[in-house]
Design a protein around this ligand. Structure first.
Ligand code: SF4
Length: 491
């Protein structure tokens, strides 16, 4: 059987055709030397690759080299590889003789099915909601005959509740892995590489929090479905300053390492609903993430032209400031931004709303370059990969694609953060104040963003009301000057 080359995000058993198939895994230090990744992301990826090699034993050739090219020169046999997850890697494998590229694995919808769905829309917008419903029908997930389980497709209203008035959600902490000797070795190597000056990281080292093996990923999935899924939906968009994890699954990391298949994950969640162990709103919200959003983003990455990653429709040209790039939360007074940056520094992970409505929102309000923001998200998050971050950040978070992905910019002021979190009570700023010493940088930044982009956003019917509100602000000139003075300083 032909040897299968496994990239570091193709580590599950479904990337092999047979349990006995010979495998090749290449560990390239140059990948980490080129960019400053979060320390815990580097640890997780290396740990997962080395664990997989250890599991496969003699079946796996594990090559440590500076570059893939150098590693491949030492492998003198034909290879197959599943469709890689980045444009650059796909170009690379396509140029190689003796390497056959197979269809992608690890996603709920194949590229053919996505193309058929997109073609069938007759030029209509590629809406995530429609894609998701099509996937539910095709895969028969959460369906009762032709109808969606629970009678409706979408439980967003039930799933967008503010946080409870308590410091944590009050559920048990997530399942955590136990580190082993492979993690010790990884930590030792990363320390050594950093000491030698070969690589540099951002963020803190810490206990590995995310599954690095199939066995661990299944344990995390089991624990999530049993303990946390029932409470997931209601507060999935809420933030609590003392509870970074809330009821989130933390499964995006093992899913994106290829350790779990999204369809099996969705089936496990559905089983809990069928058994009466989890409410439909929670299960639907989770399934929407796993086979809806995740696959939608993956397919947009391939469907959009390669120039998509460079799009900058709002003309945002400010460089990412150092305090943000370095996760320097202590230099930030704004409680929400400081708290979220602290959690990123500690864990390399926060859930989707702090990413979108605190970090991304702030970056867009300040006009930071979308390509730099994308790169930062990719490097700073344990589950960040090129295919994830290009559409999510360029399109969804920064509105730099001019509305391909989102129908309006995800810009919000302090009122949104105040409603959906407990940050504002402990903040030196006031979410209701837009001008003055205690003016909330998100509230002021929101209006300054609208003012700066007024021309580009006029005509978007979803922004008609906020733009009319802008015209009624008597202190707009003072606000714009205040925010210009703030510039890229930490708020
Ligand atoms: Fe964030 Fe503004 Fe609330 Fe402070 S007042 S926590 S800066 S939204």
């Amino acid at each position: 059987m032909t040897r299968r080359w496994l990239f570091g995000d193709q580590l599950g058993r479904h990337f092999l055709d047979d349990a006995d198939q010979p495998a090749l895994i290449i560990e390239s230090r140059a990948v980490f030397a080129r960019r400053r990744f979060h320390r815990q992301k580097a640890h997780l990826v290396l740990s997962a690759m080395r664990h997989r090699a250890a599991e496969l034993g003699d079946q796996c050739t594990y090559v440590r080299a500076d570059t893939y090219g150098e590693a491949l020169a030492s492998v003198r046999e034909s290879l197959t590889v599943c469709h890689p997850t980045t444009h650059a890697a796909l170009d690379f494998v396509n140029r190689l003789d003796d390497v056959e590229v197979l269809p992608a694995r690890g996603f709920a919808t194949s590229m053919e099915d996505f193309a058929a769905w997109a073609d069938g829309r007759g030029g209509k917008r590629l809406l995530m909601e429609d894609f998701y419903r099509d996937g539910r029908r095709r895969l028969g997930i959460l369906m009762d005959g032709a109808d969606p389980s629970g009678g409706v497709w979408n439980f967003d209203k039930e799933n967008r509740q503010p946080p409870p008035r308590q410091p944590t959600l009050g559920i048990d902490e997530p399942w955590w892995p136990d580190e082993d000797e492979i993690d010790d070795e990884v930590r030792h190597d990363l320390d050594r590489w950093a000491a030698d000056g070969d690589v540099a990281f951002i963020g803190e080292d810490g206990p590995r929090r995310f599954a690095a093996t199939r066995r661990e990923a299944l344990a995390a999935l089991r624990s999530f479905v049993a303990e946390r899924l029932p409470g997931f939906g209601a507060h999935e968009d809420a933030m609590l300053s003392s509870d970074a994890w809330m009821a989130h699954s933390l499964l995006s990391a093992p899913l994106n390492l290829g350790l779990l298949d999204p369809v099996e994950v969705a089936h496990r969640a559905e089983d809990a609903y069928r058994a009466g162990d989890a409410p439909i709103a929670s299960v639907e919200g989770f399934v929407r993430q796993v086979i809806g959003w995740r696959d939608y983003v993956w397919h947009l990455y391939w469907q959009q032209p390669r120039s998509y990653r460079r799009r900058n429709e709002l003309g945002a040209t400010t460089a990412l400031p150092r305090w943000f790039a370095e996760l320097d939360h202590e230099s930030v007074d704004a409680a929400c931004l400081s708290g979220v940056l602290r959690d990123v520094a500690r864990h390399g992970w926060v859930h989707h709303i702090p990413r979108l409505m605190v970090l991304g929102n702030y970056a867009m309000q300040r006009g930071w370059r979308p390509a730099q923001v994308t790169d930062w998200f990719h490097r700073s998050f344990v589950d960040g990969y090129d295919w994830v971050m290009v559409p999510n950040v360029v399109g969804m978070s920064q509105y730099a694609d001019g509305g391909v992905m989102a129908t309006k910019p995800y810009a919000g002021g302090g009122a949104y953060i105040d409603r959906m979190s407990d940050y504002c009570g402990g903040c030196r700023y006031d979410p209701k104040v837009r001008v003055g010493d205690n003016a909330c940088p998100f509230t002021a930044g929101y209006w300054a963003f609208l003012e700066r982009n007024r021309e580009k956003l006029t005509g978007n019917y979803r922004l008609a009301q906020p733009l009319r509100g802008l015209d009624r602000l008597r202190d707009l000139d003072a606000l714009v000057e205040q925010e210009r003075d703030r510039g890229s300083r930490a708020p």
